[in-house]
Design a protein around this ligand. Structure first.
Ligand code: NFM
Length: 225
């Protein structure tokens, strides 16, 4: 493949795998927020699990920052990730406040098996040998799934319960959308130059994230741990 064919690779992947892509972004959990049929106990389960996930996500994002500082040919990559890390600090405070509001004791959360699997996957990506464009693809996919999911709960026609608007805005707001677009630009640039093998690995990683995100949303039902 030449450089021209490889450009805009993210858009091509999303088009090719559209059914898989909408699996997490239009998951029943998200649709139930949007149409107000959600059971608040599901939201509380999600809140507890996601707090654990975000705490694991911070070292992953930091590992991408480290790779950016070593491998990237563009200085602005590091700044984009750094701004993401700064919002994660804010996010952890938000989770604590929200958990207090909903009476979710964060210290007692039993980590769900799917959450554990997801965190193990993040750990595997933190190894120094994993290519920059592969980890960056994962970072983009993880953030974008949340952005596309929660922004759907803010779009016209929504019946989103007012109690959940703050959560939806956290990931659905325009500022976070802008951040995800910056991530996408970096991924596209990086993949354009990648060898075919790394490109394939990045695509598999993208699909893997979609599956893990579906399983993560599924934990809100409170099924088997
Ligand atoms: C399971 C999951 N995926 C993506 C995100 C969004 N990134 C950071 O907040 C998240 N909080 N949780």
């Amino acid at each position: 493949m030449d450089r021209v064919e490889k450009s805009g690779v993210i858009a091509r992947w999303v088009k090719t795998h559209l059914v898989l892509y909408t699996g997490p972004t239009r998951h029943p959990f998200i649709l139930s927020i949007r149409d107000r049929t959600i059971d608040f106990s599901s939201f509380k389960r999600w809140l507890g699990q996601d707090y654990i996930f975000v705490r694991e996500f911070v070292p992953f994002a930091a590992s991408v920052l480290l790779k950016a500082s070593k491998n990237s040919d563009d200085n602005s990559d590091m700044e984009v990730i750094l701004s993401g890390l700064a919002s994660l600090s804010d996010e952890i405070s938000w989770f604590k406040q929200e958990a207090a509001k909903w009476d979710v004791p964060l210290s007692d959360v039993v980590v769900h098996k799917s959450n554990q699997n997801y965190c193990r996957f993040l750990e595997s990506l933190m190894l120094p040998a994993v290519e920059y464009c592969v980890v960056f693809t994962a970072l983009w996919a993880i953030e974008t799934v949340y952005q596309e999911s929660f922004s759907h709960c803010l779009e016209a026609g929504r019946k989103t319960p007012p109690e959940l608007l703050a959560a939806c805005k956290r990931w659905g707001r325009e500022g976070f959308g802008e951040f995800c677009r910056s991530l996408k630009k970096i991924v596209n640039r990086c993949l354009e130059k990648a060898a075919d093998e790394a490109l394939k690995k990045a695509e598999v990683t993208f699909l893997h994230v979609l599956g893990l995100e579906i399983e993560f949303w599924d934990t809100s039902h409170g099924g088997p741990k």
